[in-house]
Design a protein around this ligand. Structure first.
Ligand SMILES: C[S@@+](CC[C@H](N)C(=O)[O-])C[C@H]1O[C@@H](n2cnc3c(N)ncnc32)[C@H](O)[C@@H]1O
Length: 290
């Protein structure tokens, strides 16, 4: 569970010299999460791949009929891993719940810089991809957008979001309970498509295909933002514990280019404990057609 965020642990695990103590110490570094769980809100749409409500207006938009649900041991194993993780901020952050405040602060500053760019990104609708219980939705996106959708493959997390988002839930649009590899956004819907700490769960091929679909899902002047761990080694690191692949920055750049997108802003997240993977935020726009 800790290897999701902790590069030191990954290296040590694979050298067969796991010394958990140093990273477990980091768990307690920084601010602790103070998110309150408010009253349950009932009227939130949740769309699932297997359990779609018959009358759901979102059903056909949420799933791509041509690319019918990709399943494989890689995705199944990740699903199993996340199904055992508690629906808490600490669970979302691999035991590093204490970094949430500084993560959100870094993201907020990045987004505010994006809003100053031309052409102007509107602040109507965002989608939080790999949203978990809605940590990013609640603390980053709700304060900045009118409506926020969520995409989350784990049913328990999707259901827990209702409680976790509590009083702010009137801003919540639709929760798509579906893997990103199967998610096709409505064309032209989103001003910002925010993907954080989830893309390591997609294969390279599915990541490129997802970015291509996301590009179509952007509203005029919209951006896709990736906030992901990258390796320091310059190599791809495969973690069989949570069925993920952590990529070097170069690999992200190659996939982004293949998806016909360009990076308009990149920043490395600072102010986090040592030993974690480097974390980069990248804002992407479609390559202009000449
Ligand atoms: C490290 S947590 C991050 C959650 C959230 N982005 C945050 O920063 O608080 C990873 C999340 O990605 C979800 N996830 C894993 N594989 C996924 C997939 N293929 N499609 C969508 N979500 C996925 C997990 O269920 C989990 O909620």
């Amino acid at each position: 569970m800790f290897s999701v965020f902790c590069e030191e642990l990954f290296a040590e695990k694979h050298a067969n010299q796991l010394r958990r103590a140093s990273c477990q110490g980091m768990e307690n570094a920084g601010e602790s999460s103070t998110d309150d769980i408010s009253e349950q809100i009932q009227d939130i749409k949740i769309v699932t791949t297997n359990n779609l409500a018959e009358d759901s207006p979102v059903k056909e938009e949420a799933t791509d009929s041509k690319d019918s649900n990709k399943e494989s041991p890689f995705y199944d194993d990740a699903k199993k891993y996340w199904s055992k993780v508690p629906a808490t901020v600490d669970g979302m952050l691999g035991g590093f719940g204490g970094i949430s405040y500084r993560d959100i602060k870094g993201s907020s500053s990045f987004l505010k810089d994006i809003f100053k760019m031309k052409p102007t990104v509107e602040r109507r609708t965002a989608v939080d991809c790999g949203a978990g219980i809605g940590r990013v939705t609640k603390s980053l996106l709700f304060p900045l957008f009118q409506t926020v959708d969520m995409v989350e493959q784990d049913e328990n997390f999707a259901n827990s979001a209702r409680e976790y988002l509590g009083g702010n839930a009137s801003q919540l649009g639709t929760i798509y309970n579906i893997g990103l590899q199967n998610f096709t956004p409505e064309p032209g819907k989103y001003d910002v498509i925010w993907c954080q700490w989830v893309l390591s769960h997609l294969t390279d091929e599915d990541l490129q295909a997802f970015l291509e679909r996301a590009s179509v899902g952007l509203a005029k002047n919209g951006v896709i933002v990736l906030k992901e761990n990258v390796t320091s080694s310059g190599e791809i690191e495969v973690d069989t514990t949570d069925s993920s692949i952590t990529r070097p920055l170069r690999k992200f750049q190659d996939i982004i280019q293949s998806a016909n997108l360009r990076i308009v802003k990149t920043i490395r997240q600072t102010d986090l404990p040592k030993g974690l993977y480097p974390i980069y935020m990248m804002a992407l726009r479609p390559v202009r057609k000449s």
